[in-house]
Design a protein around this ligand. Structure first.
Ligand SMILES: *[C@@H]1O[C@H](CO)[C@@H](O)[C@H](O)[C@H]1NC(C)=O
Ligand SMILES: *[C@@H]1O[C@H](CO)[C@@H](O)[C@H](O)[C@H]1NC(C)=O
Length: 195
């Protein structure tokens, strides 16, 4: 028993410092079974839609038609791809200026619109850590300052749709939120002009 807890402690301490694989990545929710009623997720895709991030929505990828030299068939927009993860995180888009991921003051994970740096006053853009964990098959995990990551029911009658938050405050941002681990998975490249 003592040996086991020593091993577990060593494993959690050793999780810092393994550099993650370079290149773009997708983000997934990892939530092993906790009880018989709450959801379990094994890399369920986190998608960008309407400046916020979700489980259970499709990506709101967009490619403007009719621009000379812009071949939208290169941008199917069927997944949400990110880059960075060393302090700052961006959507892996082709649109000039890029799109940055931020944490809004209420903890909602958000991203800037195309051609704009707009984000709510007080939003946080830095502090992300993406690293290889030595625990459980060495996944590449992403976190913010050790804060819990939450999936909160989207409401409006939507079934199995959750909005992603970082728990910044003592109280959860909404009721019914559940925590999970964010894992990243290497992606081939740019799939969206913009989200
Ligand atoms: C993260 O960025 C810092 C500062 O630019 C750099 O020193 C460090 O090597 C980077 N870490 C990784 C894992 O790339
Ligand atoms: C955002 O998600 C909703 C729900 O999945 C979907 O109906 C909608 O098409 C998405 N928005 C865009 C712009 O794709």
């Amino acid at each position: 028993m003592k040996l086991l807890s020593t091993l577990l402690l060593t494993a959690s301490l050793a999780s810092a410092g393994y550099p993650p694989p370079p290149g773009p990545w997708t983000l997934g929710a990892w939530r092993p079974p906790t009880d018989n009623t709450s959801p379990m997720w094994f890399g369920r895709a986190i998608q960008a839609n309407g400046s916020r991030f979700w489980l259970g929505k499709t990506p709101s990828a967009y490619c403007p038609a009719g621009i000379s030299g812009l071949d939208c068939s290169l941008y199917p927009g069927d997944s949400t791809v990110f880059n960075g993860g060393n302090d700052t995180v961006f959507l892996n888009v082709a649109v000039p200026g890029g799109q940055q991921v931020y944490i809004a003051p209420d903890g909602a994970l958000g991203y800037t619109p195309p051609h704009s740096t707009f984000k709510p006053d007080g939003s946080i853009v830095s502090g992300w850590v993406r690293e290889i964990s030595v625990a459980g098959g060495a996944p590449t995990v992403m976190g913010y300052n050790g804060r819990p990551i939450l999936a909160c029911p989207a409401g409006d009658g939507a079934v199995d749709v959750y909005q992603i938050y970082v728990k910044l405050a003592e109280a959860d941002p909404k009721s019914g939120c559940i925590s999970f681990q964010m894992r990243t998975y290497s992606a081939a490249g740019t799939v969206a002009w913009e989200y």
